[in-house]
Design a protein around this ligand. Structure first.
Ligand SMILES: C[S@@+](CC[C@H](N)C(=O)[O-])C[C@H]1O[C@@H](n2cnc3c(N)ncnc32)[C@H](O)[C@@H]1O
Length: 287
């Protein structure tokens, strides 16, 4: 890198100045809420280099010019998909699924719910490629077969359209489920269509999960209240103010007694009215 913060062509394929980095991170923050500090410059370069190559560009200056042009709208989707971090896995932070199991047990034995509309709604907010909402579905189907008589829906939303496509397809590598308890495995793996080293999510499991694109910073269309919301390993990318605002909105959207699960490094530093910590990054809305 030269003294102007410019990555020179002898070092890298594309010139990338600090000013261009700041411009890009500003656009990403405005679009997604994701905050990218200076130490992320190489990551941003790495994730966008392929896109520049595809567009036949020679520099990040050209790419910034495209994002400032009238054609920016078509490009922002590619930018967002390239920048988001989508790491996930089945039954990640498995203790949350123990809390979920207890919570569903309470719902099922609640006399008012049993004689009411029998609706149970879950939301995986920032679902990435689907492993999280399918883990919720698997918990429901494995632990509570009688909930089949209820109206159970799992909303799975993300900003990244590539991840949503993977979730909808419901095909994963066999290795993706090798570490999960065997009792859960059978609702994932559809042996009728099993080919090679892929597993195929069973139709019955897929039917519970509804994938939709949703930017968490935008208005939310949902009107119903949720029994549990998973927003794990998403808030970590936002600033404190955005995180606080989102957790307040999740709290408003929960039924009394509903659960909110955050990622392992996302514990709330400030108290949110009506929300109680009941376990490791597991919160419950007051009854
Ligand atoms: C690291 S993944 C977490 C996946 C899953 N929740 C888990 O814990 O395994 C973070 C996800 O948040 C999504 N995301 C980031 N900013 C978002 C936003 N503003 N609106 C919706 N989703 C967003 C990303 O696209 C990414 O798929």
């Amino acid at each position: 890198m030269n003294p102007n913060g410019q990555t020179t062509s002898s070092e890298s394929e594309f010139a990338f100045t600090d000013t261009e980095f700041k411009r890009l991170t500003g656009i990403v923050r405005e679009l997604t809420g994701i905050v990218l500090g200076d130490h992320k410059k190489e990551m941003v370069y790495g994730r966008l280099a392929r896109r520049l190559r595809k567009l036949g560009m020679q520099s990040f200056a050209q790419y910034c010019a495209l994002l400032d042009s009238q054609n920016a709208n078509q490009e922002t989707g590619f930018l967002v998909n390239a920048i988001t971090t989508n790491l996930t896995k089945f039954y990640r932070e498995s203790h949350h699924f123990d809390f979920l199991t207890d919570h569903i047990g309470r719902i099922q034995s609640d006399t008012a719910r049993r004689s009411g509309d029998k609706k149970v709604f879950f939301w995986s907010a920032g679902c990435s490629s689907g492993e999280e909402p399918y883990s919720i579905a698997s918990t429901v189907l494995t632990r509570f077969p009688s909930l089949a008589q209820w109206d159970v829906k799992i909303l799975a939303t993300d900003l990244d359209t590539n991840m949503l496509d993977t979730g909808k397809a419901g095909q994963y590598s066999v290795n993706a489920i090798k570490d999960i308890p065997s009792e859960y495995r059978r609702v994932f793996n559809d042996n009728t269509t099993k080919k090679g080293d892929k597993i195929y999510i069973r139709d019955r499991t897929k039917a519970l999960v509804h994938f939709k694109q949703l930017n968490l910073l935008h208005p939310w269309p949902m009107k119903q209240k949720y029994d549990a919301i998973f927003c794990r390993n998403v808030l970590i990318y936002f600033d404190a103010e955005t995180k606080h605002m989102l957790v307040k909105r999740y709290t408003d959207l929960l039924r009394p007694g509903g659960m909110l699960f955050l990622g392992h490094s996302e514990s709330l530093q400030t108290k949110i009215k009506g929300l109680t910590l009941i376990g490791r990054t597991a919160y419950q809305k007051e009854e």
